[in-house]
Design a binder for this molecule. Structure first.
Ligand SMILES: [Zn+2]
Length: 446
């Protein structure tokens, strides 16, 4: 069991460093959907997310007198004035029926499916079956995010979850997200704004990705920057409980500011050994954070300190960038960085202007329901929707070279077409200078 567990750990690590490598090499695109891992702030504030609940079953082992796990977490958070972000599921019955897998392995919950809250206990989990818990989360001022209605993977994940079932199409993924979104809105009057795909599987059949689904839902992609080890089975329960808080303490001992702006990943459900160490480890984690002066807020509140990973309240461009973002401009890259020193291409300028509006257009281009007549640009280009809108509006023509770094006359030409006037800007035109210029042109005051 421990061998298998460490193999999973290694596979995850290997995949992670491979992903880092890909991130370094692949071009980074501006995106209306940003992957929020952490934000830039000097303040001792962080967020904690709890995946896979609500869970109306007691913790395992139960040291809390039969109280449901989610309620134990809420009450523990509130004892410390902390707010949690509950990344909930709608209903688990699509994950059944199935045979239980091996405890301590990636298949513990079943070979083809996940099992939350437990095998044959669908009615004890999922927002649909636990309205009392959902109401309690909301009345406590905590945040709820969309972990999908069914918790079925978006696409094939070869390394760890190769045998799992996955969604058939982008339309199925969007329908699944919308189903939980509707449930929260209709039954609880609550609008969700963020989502985390099950097991972070992003690829969807047909060349689509979870970012396309997020864009269709007008969601941000909620990731995390600090692993709270809630999934990790250890030899003993005591070791699992320690793994919930000890890494937080070690990080803060080494640097008391280490967790500023970070999102800590936790679980509102079983780990792979069918235990819930979070129930007993959360209190110690919150004590450690309080000792170092940290305030634990919702992810939404955390993004109020800064919505970006590399631009904070102390940076000169921060007011302009934040206001543009609020006004619907595509200000940041997919990795939630603004990268102010990046040189600006024509494609990027058009994406900043029309990225959000273009998301739906891009989906219909990719489904072949629409055509884009632009030199060298295919339907699956990340900017295709924005470029199609720019073409329709006559801002560019079909010969435009979107990969060219923009010069002063091209920049002013676009500004005249869009705003009827030009802005103060100098060469070389960077992403940062463009943010200042667009804020000036759209008369967004600092
Ligand atoms: Zn999950």
């Amino acid at each position: 069991m421990s061998l298998l567990t460490s193999a999973i750990g290694l596979a995850k690590k290997a995949k992670h460093s491979l992903k880092d490598e890909i991130d370094r090499r692949a071009p980074v695109y501006l995106s209306p959907v940003r992957r929020i891992e952490r934000v830039k702030t000097n303040e001792r504030v962080c967020a904690m997310t709890f995946d896979d609940g609500p869970m109306n079953l007691p913790p395992s082992p139960d040291n809390h007198g039969g109280k449901p796990l989610t309620l134990v977490l809420i009450e523990t958070l509130e004892k410390y004035g902390a707010k949690g972000t509950f990344d909930v599921i709608g209903d688990t019955s699509n994950n059944y029926p199935d045979k239980a897998g091996k405890h301590g392995s990636a298949s513990w919950g079943g070979i083809s499916y996940d099992h939350y809250p437990d095998i044959h206990k669908d009615n004890m989990g999922g927002a649909r079956h636990c309205p009392g818990i959902i109401s309690r989360i909301l009345s406590g001022g905590h945040q709820i995010t969309n972990h999908t209605y069914s918790h079925v993977l978006y696409g094939k994940k070869a390394v760890v979850y190769g045998s799992r079932k996955y969604m058939d199409s982008i339309d199925d993924v969007i329908a699944d997200l919308a189903r939980l979104d509707d449930l929260l809105r209709d039954d609880f009057g609550y609008k969700m704004t963020m989502t985390r795909p099950p097991h972070y599987v992003d690829n969807i059949k047909g060349g689509f990705s979870s970012y396309d689904a997020c864009a269709a839902m007008d969601y941000q992609y909620m990731a995390a920057s600090f692993d709270g080890a809630g999934w990790l089975p250890c030899k003993t329960y005591e070791q699992e409980v320690e793994a919930v808080w000890k890494p937080i303490e070690s990080a803060l001992k080494a640097d008391p500011d280490a967790l500023c702006g970070q999102i800590i990943f936790q679980k509102d459900g079983y780990n792979m050994a069918r235990r819930t160490p979070i129930a007993d480890g959360l209190e110690k984690a919150l004590q450690v954070l309080a000792f170092y002066g940290y305030k634990v807020v919702t992810v939404e509140e955390l993004m109020g300190y800064s919505p970006f990973e590399d631009l904070g309240a102390d940076d000169g461009l921060f007011p302009a960038a934040s206001l543009l973002l609020q006004s619907g401009y595509t200000v940041a890259y997919k990795n939630n960085k603004v990268l102010t020193e990046n040189p600006l291409t024509l494609g990027e300028l058009l994406m900043m202007l029309y990225g959000r509006e273009g998301a739906a257009k891009r989906l219909s281009l990719m489904k072949g329901r629409d055509r884009l007549d632009l030199k060298g640009v295919k339907a699956n280009h990340p900017y295709s929707g924005a470029l199609a809108i720019a073409l329709e509006k006559g801002v560019i023509n079909t010969h435009a070279d979107i990969n060219r770094e923009i010069d002063l006359s091209a920049f002013n030409d676009i500004c005249r077409k869009v705003y009827g006037k030009t802005a103060t800007i100098s060469m070389p035109i960077t992403h940062g200078k463009t943010i200042a210029a667009l804020a000036e042109l759209s008369e967004i005051k600092k």
